[in-house]
Design a protein around this ligand. Sequence first.
Ligand code: NAP
Length: 247
Amino acid sequence: MLRNKVAVITGSSSGIGKEIALNFVKNGAKVVINYPFEGSKSEAEKVVAQIQEAGGEAIAVMADVSQFEQAQALMKVAVDTFGSLDILVNNAGITRDMLLLRMTEEEFDRVININLKGVFNCMKHGSRIMMKKGGSIINMSSVVGLHGNIGQCNYAASKAGVIGMTKSAAREFASKNLRINAIAPGFIVSNMTDKLPEAIKENTLKGIPINRFGNVEEVANVALFLASDLSSYVTGEVIKVDGGMAM
Ligand code: NAP
């Protein structure tokens, strides 16, 4: 479904981003695996090795998406290495959970800088390349951006911001055949959710009609739909992948 397409997936050395990369490669894409810091290099290289062993094409590129110039370099390397940029998945994200009264300015700024400004940085530089022949941008939001959550004022604001930015950019680029959509996962098993206390997990499960947590493959399949021509008339949309949690 993605033969000869080139995809950049931010934050793809682990979790949802890694699974999206593996899924895209299985469907014929060449991928740029992005990681933020020297400390994640070996994980990113393992993903590249796994892809190459299976006969796919991938490179690992360090870039902190919250840094404007690094985001620009990340987009450029895709074109320099593989000759184009057709799909951009803005997946990189962090949490710094704390009740509003105790949340520090640093905790607020860090989450906004990576989760929201990072999406702006990558869309700004990526869209300039992609608008020439069209493509698909997929931004990772969250059901928390739709409904809020105790202890996540910073994260909810960033993910709600991603939805507003997705819809605005989708309007700006629709005539260029550059489609821009968001995915809003619910509770997906990954490093991000593994660190949550058991009591919170049990309580969350009670609110999920499908009665289980989601897995990374289930998010990657929706990303594949949005990246491919199967969704050729879909733009400015937010697709929840949450087992019915936020309906
Ligand atoms: P994850 O495994 O922690 O993945 C986040 C990825 O982002 C990691 O690879 C991380 O790299 C990378 N990253 C962090 N800061 C970065 C930066 N400044 N520049 C580039 N990359 C950076 O968690 P995940 O669950 O797969 O999350 C992926 C996305 O889905 C996030 O946007 C998250 O908010 C969203 N989401 C997740 C859930 C869920 O239930 N898991 C629900 C809703 C939305 P390092 O590990 O090397 O720091």
